[in-house]
Design a binder for this molecule. Structure first.
Ligand SMILES: O=C(O)CCC(=O)C(=O)O
Ligand SMILES: [Fe+2]
Length: 573
């Protein structure tokens, strides 16, 4: 039993930052004046108080002026799970595919198939876009990011929107911010373009991006047709799922130099939720890394190549033959880095699903038909894929609402890179896969603190809709500290029939070690928990599990003696 005494000003009185602590430059006003009400804590506190503009505008200034990395950029776990800094990973032999051979050479087609099923990524050369034009594209990006703050501000995104110029959209309490400035715009279909977000400086921005988008549209077709052909399917079987108004978004990423390379993410680990993503890498500065066989590996720069990632929608359409891969981006201590990601995907409202021919007795349907929309990511996607029917049944409403699902993601999802990291799915049907819910927990616990625990989870354990809580700026209030501590409490989920006993240390995910690579799960987006209670990175487990066993993965550490691991809060017996 505890008794908390909450001390605060007279409820109706307005409070605000002390004048002397608000300066124009280093410490701009972060909160507006507010009155204390419940409304203030549960809904409006962060968003209303956060000075959205100043937050977005600070990155380049922080890079040059600040002696210390502001807390909101510090990734929670300093070392990588292999014990080395982010920047010290080996380079990978990402397959290079020659597009000029795809129609004529079965060997090249086979190489593409193997690249996409094992890497989910390849480097395209001879893709039909001249090196000189790629330079033009890089130039408009450079000119935009170097234009005056006044000019960039004209494209500033709204606080709760993805489109426009800015930093991360804030979705979760305590979200770690990426060290990146972004310009995100819809380029196709044309009638959905919001030109107010298209930079006017440089003046040829629009013309160049439009031409580039058309070229990427063609590349998208070449890739999807070749992928279909490589599986002996009709050329158009993936493209047919695109509908009449395929979508394309452009995201210009600008990573300023950063002295704290190992402490920040340029881009948190995530997988793209697109059909394919075509990435124009920086000409000189590397930074993209893939998670492959439980190791992070660097993607080298290949001159004039485009780096193509397969996203989740192709994984779904191909019934899991092709894999979307988790990746992340690093920053450089000395040099800025610029990339441009073009996200290609079907018409939003159109449903997609595994191609009929790929569903057989030996390769049963692994994904249901889904619609691409935010709804899809926030609700149906993980429910449909993450828990099979018996697992869902075994987690009663009450239990799930008290459970702390493992939060292994660093900070929040970035919806506008199309796949929030925590929404990535795996084919391990009978493993329980945990992700996300710091959002849930924060709301629940903060409500509990004030004696209003209304239980916000649903019976299927999905995260609530995006919280109105945003990033908690420094210095933190006492209330925030309490919320944080509360989320560290171990929780137990039990199935009705007692076959599942999991003692999960919730948000303290750093302490959860993968049974295969013995490294913390906190750097990954998905942890798999088997009925025996062992925890693995979903990626590790998937790699170790033969395809035939993916519906019911055996435990790689299967031994009968009881096991207690004090340090990660995991028990089986
Ligand atoms: O900038 C990079 O290297 C990666 C960017 C990325 O993954 C994305 O925009 O989705
Ligand atoms: Fe990405």
């Amino acid at each position: 039993m505890t008794l908390a005494m909450f001390c605060m000003p007279q409820t109706e009185k307005v409070i605000g930052p002390v004048e002397g602590l608000v300066t124009d430059e280093k410490t701009p006003r972060l909160y507006k004046n507010v009155t204390f009400t419940l409304e203030f804590f549960f809904q409006n506190y962060q968003q209303v108080c956060m000075n959205h503009e100043s937050m977005n505008m600070q990155l380049q200034q922080i890079a040059s002026d600040f002696d210390q990395l502001p807390g909101r950029y510090v990734r929670k776990e300093y070392k990588d799970f292999s014990g080395i800094g982010l920047s010290h990973v080996p380079s990978a032999d990402v397959p290079v595919i020659d597009f000029s051979l795809l129609n004529s050479s079965p060997l090249e087609l086979n190489k593409l198939k193997s690249a996409v099923s094992t890497w989910g990524c390849f480097q395209a050369i001879n893709h039909g876009i001249e090196g000189s034009f790629l330079e033009k594209v890089r130039e408009i990006s450079r000119l935009f990011f170097r234009s005056s703050m006044e000019d960039k501000k004209k494209c500033l995104r709204a606080e709760d929107d993805f489109e426009g110029y800015g930093n991360d959209v804030i979705l979760l309490d305590q979200q770690t911010l990426d060290w990146v400035d972004r310009l995100y715009i819809t380029v196709r279909p044309k009638h959905q373009q919001k030109l107010q977000f298209w930079p006017q400086n440089p003046t040829h921005f629009r013309e160049v991006l439009d031409e580039y988008s058309s070229k990427i549209g063609l590349i998208n077709k070449v890739v999807l047709k070749a992928l279909a052909r490589s599986l002996n399917l009709e050329d158009d079987c993936f493209l047919n799922q695109y509908g009449t108004t395929a979508k394309m978004h452009a995201r210009f990423n600008y990573y300023p130099p950063c002295r704290w390379v190992d402490n920040v993410f340029g881009f948190k680990p995530h997988a793209d939720g697109t059909a394919i993503t075509v990435l124009l890498q920086d000409k000189e500065i590397e930074g993209l890394q893939l998670l492959k066989d439980c190791q992070w590996v660097g993607v080298p720069i290949v001159r004039d190549a485009l780096t193509i990632n397969v996203g989740d929608q192709i994984e779904i359409m191909s019934n899991g033959v092709f894999k979307s891969r988790v990746h992340r981006a690093l920053v450089n201590p000395k040099y800025e880095r610029m990339t441009l990601a073009m996200f290609c995907m079907p018409q939003t409202e159109k449903g997609i699903g595994p191609v009929d021919e790929l569903i057989t007795d030996e390769t049963p349907r692994l994904y249901k038909n889904v619609k691409y929309s935010l709804d899809f990511y926030f609700e149906h996607y993980q429910q449909g894929f993450m828990l099979n029917a018996s697992q869902k049944e075994s987690l009663s409403k009450e239990k799930i609402s008290h459970s702390s699902l493992v939060n292994i993601m660093e900070g929040a999802p970035n919806v506008y890179h199309h796949l929030p990291a925590h929404h990535r799915h795996h084919n391990l049907n009978r493993a329980l896969l945990f992700r996300v819910p710091r959002l849930n927990q924060s709301v629940q616990h903060s409500q509990r603190n004030l004696g209003h625990n209304s239980g916000t989870s649903t019976s299927q354990g999905r995260a609530n809709p995006p919280s109105k809580f945003g990033y908690q700026p420094e210095p933190r209030s006492g209330y925030t500290e309490r919320r944080e501590n509360a989320t560290r409490r171990p929780e137990i989920i039990r199935s009705n029939n007692n076959t599942l006993v999991i003692n999960v240390v919730s948000a303290n995910a750093q302490k959860m070690l993968c049974g295969l690579c013995s490294v913390s799960t906190s750097d990954l987006c998905v942890a798999a928990v088997l009925v025996c209670g062992h925890v693995y990175h979903a990626d590790c487990l998937e790699t170790k599990t033969p395809y035939a066993d993916r519906r019911d993965p055996p435990c790689p550490l299967d031994f009968t003696s009881s096991l207690v691991r004090d340090d990660n809060g995991l028990q089986t017996s």
